[in-house]
Write a protein of this length. Structure first.
Length: 333
């Protein structure tokens, strides 16, 4: 751990995000001029020293090294605050999908999807579930490289011996149906549902399952994917909250009909396997990388290197601020 005042080693430029457990700033190393992301760890609520959640995240990140996982450079203490120092990434997915200067081609979208799955395949191979895959936690740099970030909710898991976890994880719009039905015994397949949501979002430019609360979230999923049934999902009837929140009437699966205008048949096949209701039959990240969509479907994946032509940096935080400004203008008009 480096103990040094941040203003000497790093010049903080602006806030770029709000992680699960602290604010994220863009900063520049005053000697090397390299940009970094500083994630400030919230200490205010801690009476017993260093937060357990942050310790867990640091330990986990130190064990990971992959081109599609964000790198933790070091830890730093400054004026009583503790910072995690990360490599800097220019954009996040939520921000970049909201801009209109740069148009992603099919080859670019395929590359982003492939890079996300490569990062997940690595995490799952290392026995880590992320548990918060969403647009603002998927970072992009101007070279078109994608990296998974924010491991505040991530856990090590046993592939053979399933553990009990909380189901109050994963941002609502990306939360898989088994957690919405109260499941507490789960593994890497929860990340794969979130990856399916992100895949659709890449093509449609907005989150597809936008629920207001847990019950509404299930209904939004049912309206697109159809209602689950025991023949589509073996353990469905045994889920803790199934009787409480089960669908009132059966709805048809409209998935292909709704998304075929954006996606090729091979892309639809993969998205459907990622969004399988039964977690046991949901495709794994490693198997998804071998899908015909990446191997046979044209065009082949190509990184969006042209992002360097963009004016400004695109993060969810700026997108929210822009949306608020627009709302104010519309309200005043």
């Amino acid at each position: 751990m480096v103990e040094t005042p941040s203003k000497e080693l790093y010049a903080v430029l602006n806030q770029v995000g709000e992680g699960t457990f602290g604010k994220v700033y863009k900063a520049q190393n005053t000697s090397s001029k390299v940009y970094v992301a500083l994630k400030r760890i919230r200490m205010e609520t801690e009476r017993d020293g260093f937060p357990v959640t942050a310790m867990r995240e640091i330990k986990l990140l130190q064990s990971l090294k992959h081109p599609n996982v964000v790198r933790l450079h070091e830890m730093m203490v400054s004026n009583g605050s503790v910072f995690m120092v990360f490599e800097y990434m220019d954009h996040d997915l939520t921000g970049i999908l909201s801009q209109t200067q740069f148009k992603f081609t099919e080859a670019h979208l395929k590359s982003l999807c492939q890079q996300m799955l490569a990062g997940l395949a690595y995490l799952h191979h290392k026995g880590v579930i992320h548990r918060d895959i969403k647009g603002s936690n998927i970072l992009l740099n101007n070279r078109g490289e994608l990296k998974l970030a924010d491991f505040g909710l991530a856990r090590f898991y046993h592939k053979r011996r399933r553990s009990d976890y909380t189901n109050r994880v994963i941002t609502l719009w990306y939360r898989p149906p088994e957690l919405l039905f109260g499941a507490t015994v789960y593994g890497a397949e929860v990340d794969m549902w979130s990856a399916g949501c992100i895949m659709l979002e890449l093509f449609t430019k907005k989150p597809v399952f936008q629920g207001n609360d847990e019950l509404h979230q299930l209904h939004v999923i049912f309206k697109i994917m159809g209602t689950p049934s025991p023949d589509r999902w073996l353990g469905l009837l045994n889920l803790p909250w199934y009787e409480l929140v089960k669908p009132r009437e059966p709805l048809p699966n409209r998935f292909r009909e709704l998304f075929q205008k954006w996606m090729s048949p091979a892309a639809l096949d993969l998205a459907e396997q990622l969004l399988a209701y039964d977690p046991a039959s949901r495709i794994t990240a490693a198997a998804a990388l071998d899908a015909p969509y990446f191997k046979q479907d044209q065009p082949l994946a190509e990184r969006p290197t042209g992002l360097s032509t963009l004016e400004g940096e695109w993060h969810e935080l700026e997108t929210k601020v822009e949306r608020q400004k627009k709302r104010k203008k519309e309200g005043a008009a």
